[in-house]
Ligand binder design. Structure first.
Ligand SMILES: Nc1ncnc2c1ncn2[C@@H]1O[C@H](COP(=O)(O)OP(=O)(O)OP(=O)(O)O)[C@@H](O)[C@H]1O
Ligand SMILES: [Mg+2]
Length: 541
């Protein structure tokens, strides 16, 4: 057996507990001096640290230690600590000491004496050992149990790396499992990539205040997940402010700025009182910008600044205000494409896509149909108060269909389908005829969806009269660009971005004006129609 490594103790001089120079001092428990007579803890070296003004006491204590244990070498180190309760001062002094000290953990065992010094110093020691800046073990000492204080006291060591702390680590990991399950609403999903995504989301949600972007097809559960992320942060005390949710597609025109950033009383006609705005309401909480791709260009610029500096100027205000919120954003649009179309700022996209999670559609998670089915039936029961179940044959039939079906609107279709079957189930029992009928209904709906021309997703207002699908696609995009632009020229520049490069005198505004007039539109009416368009495309396959 190899010989035990020699012990080296690092400790602070206890300006109260270690003091005393009369002979009575030997009747008192002095933690640093007592180190020299611990049974089973021979100390080869003591690195004794002390603050300004304690040189004499440090030397005195070192002498007493020498008397008790001549084989213990005491090295004195004076530290520049002015305030033992100032975290920064104490931490940096101890950190500098640790950095400059030559540790040799292969040949020596280091023990950090925690008993002396302020509570702040104890916390700093802990952090330094935990981060392995000091490759040591914590050492705690206490007075003797007997009333006779001239007897040696006791000691215990705490090795933060030892396996006995696995129990704590296990508790951490079961907490993580609990959090992951919370994000999944308790549904025991089986799809490996979805489960991995949720595990990462859990980590990010709890450890990073950076924006989180949730992408994925309509009905995949982005909005629901955003709410869960907030609730998880709240449970784990990462936020104490509110959850503020806004669908950016509903923010239109001048009122969008004031809805988001607030306004001062009298900022514009009709502003009879001031309004805090959603960003300020979300202070210390979470702002969820759903459909973020729909945000107008002025709002995008202001949001970027608010994200970078946590400050912004409310409409009509002459002073900036502060809001510490963390951002969640959701969209089913391709934001990269919107950037290339000039509809979304690249710098804003760069700021919000540090943590991007693409929530898969239901058809990409066939393994999860069954657990979701059980969850949905239980949910229906809580809503209707009635227990509904499948008979065996019907369930198999439905599962076979459902695991191969496209589910273009994902959980919206899935939830509605189960709700219909539950409603129609004779005596609360879903049988095969009910399933067959439902499958037919779904297939009819989906074939209608995919037969629908793409432009219905951006339904052009009826006022524009009957328009060929061919033209409608172009017109709807032009209208949307107008809605996001500040002027006819601005819209023209975006719409003719490529062809204008080849022209010595591009007149995009004129080109656009002529195009609009063919549809009996001017720029401002184009903007109004553009704003009323939903640019969302249903997830038809
Ligand atoms: N895992 C799930 N199980 C059952 N229902 C779910 C699940 N996730 C979401 N839902 C339900 O499906 C519906 C759509 O979810 P959600 O609104 O979160 O989708 P979304 O991805 O935000 O869609 P959109 O892009 O259209 O806004 C909601 O009613 C929601 O409660
Ligand atoms: Mg949503």
């Amino acid at each position: 057996m190899s010989a035990a490594k020699p012990n080296v103790v690092l400790g602070l001089l206890g300006t109260t507990l270690d003091k005393g120079r009369s002979t009575k001092r030997w009747q008192r428990w002095r933690p640093t001096v007592d180190l020299a007579r611990q049974r089973g803890l021979p100390i080869q070296r003591l690195e004794l640290l002390y603050g300004p003004g304690s040189d004499a006491l440090a030397a005195f204590v070192a002498d007493d230690i020498q008397q008790l244990s001549s084989s213990t070498k005491v090295n004195l180190h004076s530290l520049l600590i002015h305030d033992w309760w100032d975290f920064e001062n104490v931490y940096s002094a101890l950190y500098d000491f640790a950095e400059s000290y030559s540790f040799a953990p292969e040949t020596h065992r280091y023990l950090v004496h925690m008993t002396t010094g302020s509570h702040v110093a104890q916390i700093c020691w802990f952090l330094l050992v935990e981060a392995r800046i000091i490759p040591g073990t914590l050492l705690q000492t206490a007075p003797p149990k007997s009333r006779n204080r001239s007897q040696p006291g006791q000691h215990t060591t705490i090795n933060l790396n030892l396996a006995r702390y696995d129990a704590i680590a296990r508790r951490f990991s079961s907490r993580t499992e609990e959090d992951v399950s919370f994000l999944k609403s308790g549904i025991e999903t089986r799809n490996a990539s979805f489960n991995r995504l949720i595990e990462q989301l859990e980590k990010v949600a709890l450890s990073s205040p950076a924006p989180i972007l949730l992408l994925g097809p309509t009905g995949a559960g982005k909005s629901q997940l955003a709410r869960r992320v907030y609730e998880l942060r709240k449970r784990r005390r990462r936020v104490d402010g509110p959850f503020v949710e806004v669908n950016c597609a509903t923010l239109r025109g001048d009122s969008a700025m004031s809805a988001l950033f607030g306004h001062e009383k009298g900022a514009f006609t009709g502003a009879i009182s001031s309004r805090p705005g959603l960003l300020r309401t979300a202070h210390n909480g979470v702002l969820f910008l759903d459909e973020i791709g729909e945000l107008g260009s002025d709002e995008q610029a202001m949001l970027l600044r608010a994200l970078e500096e946590h400050r912004f100027l409310p409409v009509g205000a002459d002073q900036e205000v502060e809001s510490q919120f963390s951002l969640l954003a959701g969209t089913n649009q391709d934001l990269g494409l919107r950037v290339s179309q000039g509809l979304f700022r690249d710098d804003l996209l760069a700021r919000i896509d540090t943590w991007t999670f693409v929530i898969p559609g239901l058809s990409q998670r066939p393994e999860d149909i069954e657990p979701n089915l059980a969850f949905e039936l239980a949910r229906i029961e809580t809503i209707t108060g009635e227990r509904v179940s499948f008979n065996h044959e019907a369930q198999n039939y439905f599962l076979t269909f459902a695991t191969q079906a496209p589910w273009p609107r994902n959980f919206r279709d899935f939830g509605a389908s189960l709700m219909r079957m539950a409603t129609l189930a004779p005596g609360g029992r879903i049988n095969k005829p009910t399933v067959l009928e439902e499958i037919q209904r779904l297939e009819d709906t989906w074939s209608r969806l995919s037969a629908r021309p793409l432009v219905t997703a951006t339904t052009l207002p009826e006022e524009l009269g009957p328009i060929d699908r061919f033209d409608a696609i172009q017109l709807s995009d032009v209208l949307k660009v107008c809605a996001q632009s500040s002027s006819l020229s601005d819209a023209g520049r975006q719409l003719f971005a490529e062809s204008r490069k080849k022209k010595p005198n591009p007149n995009d505004a004129d080109r656009l004006r002529k195009y609009l007039s063919r549809h009996h539109l001017d720029f401002s009416s184009a903007q109004i129609f553009g704003r009323s368009l939903q640019s969302r495309v249903p997830g038809t396959r």
